[in-house]
Design a protein around this ligand. Structure first.
Ligand SMILES: *Cc1c(COP(=O)(O)O)cnc(C)c1O
Length: 362
């Protein structure tokens, strides 16, 4: 059944482990002996409660979160978090620092501004078309949080190390690199990630929040926009996206039981990215667009000598069973997204194809 599947380099929604897809298929008509599909069971059933709690426990184990952290599942994507974060944490008189490293950071900043919150953009890499991660940033000691985008999906840059923000907690959009590496969790007050890049399908956003951050949430926030609602009801205030949460649970199980945890995943992700970047650096035909120090291990962005060749490259790759290599429409060029579920074999096949394409067209 795998014969007609391609190597999937899509930026999101993106590749999922084949074993996860198969497990969904196998359980689809009869989940855990219930005689019902995950699409048909109650979100308050024993079966779903086990799925939800297992996803939470695995998240805590994988990221080594202590009991100070809660794991929530919220709809509305990462984009809703752009507004929920400032809405919940910035009451009158309070402010936050933001670092602008690309499209998604810019959107997060915009939402805080729409809400009329006080925020300071303390660093930006816009001067160089967001091709690097800013260094030596001075943060405000009285900021409630520092917001960063840990991996810039579109520009292909990533924070290799998280900034020293003193006692101010980091709030991070980790949509495109959550669970790709180990984390120093004590630095973070809140982490959010739309599931559809690295841990599941579209339709759910994972939110990891530290207890003391919840104390900042005023009771005046509308129910569905308040972190308190999700935290106090174990994400079951209203009907959650059951199939999406189930898929996340299976991906986390795969990470623990098949991959063997985040250290192993991190090593594998390094190997994949190095394989691709080393080849790009050895070639005069392909040009990486991110500054080498700031390169993403998840989204490898590169250009060919001209746009016509880029178009041909994307098309010819697809004909060889390598899909999703077109750059984001806002920046052009090419991008290989090599998230957790994309194998080393897929990356090696891509490099082989790139070599052959260069030979023909270089
Ligand atoms: C894809 C992406 C988003 C947007 O996610 P939605 O779930 O579509 O709202 C936000 N931030 C980053 C870093 C992303 O890669």
């Amino acid at each position: 059944m795998n014969a007609n599947r391609i190597f999937n380099f899509n930026p999101g929604p993106a590749a999922l482990p084949i074993s996860v897809l198969q497990e969904i298929q196998e359980s689809f008509l009869n989940l855990g002996g219930s005689g019902m599909s995950i699409l048909e069971i109650s979100h308050r059933s024993k079966e779903f409660e086990e799925i939800l709690n297992d996803a939470i426990i695995r998240t805590k184990r994988l990221l080594q979160l202590d009991d100070n952290f809660q794991v929530l599942f919220i709809q509305g994507g990462a984009s809703l978090q752009f507004l929920m974060v400032p809405l919940n944490f910035l009451s009158e008189g309070k402010s936050a620092d933001y670092v602008n490293t690309g499209t998604w950071s810019t959107k997060a900043i915009k939402e805080a501004q729409i809400l009329g919150k006080t925020i300071h953009v303390v660093a930006s890499s816009e001067d160089q078309n967001f091709s690097y991660i800013p260094k030596n940033i001075r943060f405000h000691e009285d900021a409630v949080y520092v917001h960063i985008t840990s991996n810039n999906t579109i520009k292909g840059t990533q924070w290799a190390r998280f900034p020293d923000t003193g006692s101010v907690p980091i709030v991070a959009d980790m949509s495109s690199d959550i669970m790709s590496r180990r984390l120093e969790v004590e630095k973070f007050g809140l982490i959010y990630a739309g599931a559809q890049k690295n841990i599941g399908p579209a339709g759910v956003c994972m939110v990891i929040v530290r207890e003391d951050m919840l104390d900042l949430v005023p009771p005046t926030i509308p129910t569905m926009l308040s972190y308190q609602t999700y935290a106090s009801k174990n994400s079951l205030f209203n009907t959650p996206p059951c199939l999406a949460v189930y898929t996340v649970q299976l991906v986390l199980k795969w990470l623990e039981e098949t991959i063997g945890g985040l250290e192993k995943m991190e090593t594998l992700n390094h190997k994949k990215a190095t394989t691709l970047y080393d080849f790009i650096d050895s070639s005069d035909f392909y040009q990486g667009t991110a500054e080498p120090q700031s390169r993403s291990l998840m989204n490898v962005t590169f250009r060919l000598p001209n746009e016509e060749l880029e178009k041909q490259f994307v098309q010819a790759a697809l004909e060889q069973g390598l899909g999703g290599l077109k750059g984001h429409r806002s920046v052009g060029g090419c991008r290989a997204s090599i998230y957790n579920a994309t194998s080393l074999q897929a990356v090696e096949s891509l490099v082989d194809f790139m070599k052959a394409f260069e030979k023909q067209n270089g």
